[in-house]
Design a protein around this ligand. Structure first.
Ligand code: SF4
Length: 181
């Protein structure tokens, strides 16, 4: 019986913590998108937490209000809702948004962006995007990084993103050459 009480309270605390983290994520995302958090559908929040590409797409287009509104409208009309995200994805999503917030949700300069894209174009791990995930995420790019699965043109815009591959096992530099890991 004692065990049950402990396990019930643990479950209660965990659920409470998770709900708070989801709420925090929702507030951060609403700040980032300049949209009242009440107007962000739960399915969009769940999807942003479960799908990094989708979250990247939202942040990269945060200043394009018509585009963001279109995604929200589509999300409101979607019959198939995204599943509730797992605990680790919630924590990861909140951390990502906090990192982006620290950079003011900005984007890198054009010269850094072009340099990153130039390196990706020569990379053996650059691949063609296939599959529905990228279409659903609203990303129009046809190239992805085969290591992390992100569309490279979205990834390269964000100051918090890193190339996931080191030049060599002994190097501290990634294939975005002058950027350390
Ligand atoms: S992000 Fe790095 S590993 Fe991925 S395609 Fe670009 S250069 Fe290659």
């Amino acid at each position: 019986m004692v065990f049950n009480i402990c396990s019930d309270s643990f479950l209660f605390m965990k659920t409470h913590y998770i709900n708070n983290m989801v709420l925090r994520f929702k507030r951060l995302l609403s700040d980032a998108l300049y949209i009242d958090s009440d107007k962000l559908p739960d399915s969009l929040i769940h999807r942003a937490l479960s799908d990094t590409v989708f979250l990247n797409t939202l942040i990269a287009n945060r200043n394009n209000h018509a585009y963001i509104q279109d995604i929200i409208d589509k999300e409101l009309c979607t019959i198939k809702k995204s599943p509730e995200p797992q605990y680790r994805l919630i924590i990861k999503g909140v951390k990502s948004l906090l990192r982006w917030a620290a950079f003011g949700f900005g984007r890198v300069s054009n010269s850094v962006y072009n340099k990153r894209i130039g390196y990706c174009k020569k990379c053996p791990d650059l691949g063609l995007a296939k599959g529905i995930a990228y279409t659903l995420s609203g990303a129009s790019e046809s190239f992805i990084c085969n290591v992390c699965g992100c569309p490279v043109e979205r990834k390269a815009i964000l100051p918090t993103e890193q190339c996931p591959k080191l030049i060599s096992e002994t190097s501290r530099l990634t294939r975005w050459y002058d950027e350390p890991y």
